[in-house]
Write a protein that binds this ligand. Structure first.
Ligand SMILES: [Zn+2]
Length: 110
């Protein structure tokens, strides 16, 4: 059995539906894709779960992102908590996200 560190070897449960039919896409600058985000996709519900999202300095300013805030992925109608923000370049930030499955009952609670 060959583990190349990619794909299914790091399978985890989809936070939105619980399926383990997930596939991880790692962030890479020079790989076969030039993904700037890191996420996994779920073939059961079709949703994308972000682990890392890259933002430019401008996007950070406009979004006013801060650790502990809620990050909404409108395209997939999912929510995350921003666990950490890391500056990785002159004009790039990485946001670490933790999925927040469930409906919006927690919004507004501080
Ligand atoms: Zn799923």
């Amino acid at each position: 059995m060959v583990n190349d560190g990619l794909g299914e070897t790091d399978a985890r449960a989809c936070p939105w539906c619980g399926s383990r039919a997930t596939r991880r896409v790692a962030r890479g600058y020079t790989g076969p894709t030039d993904e700037v985000d890191q996420y996994f996709t779920c073939s059961a519900c079709g949703k994308v779960t972000y682990e890392l999202v890259a933002k430019t300095a401008r996007e950070m300013r406009l979004g006013r992102y801060q650790a502990g805030d809620i990050y909404q992925d409108r395209a997939h109608q999912t929510r995350y908590q921003i666990t950490r923000i890391l500056k990785v370049g002159a004009n790039e930030f990485l946001m670490y996200l933790r999925p927040m499955p469930g409906k919006s009952e927690a919004i507004g609670v501080v």
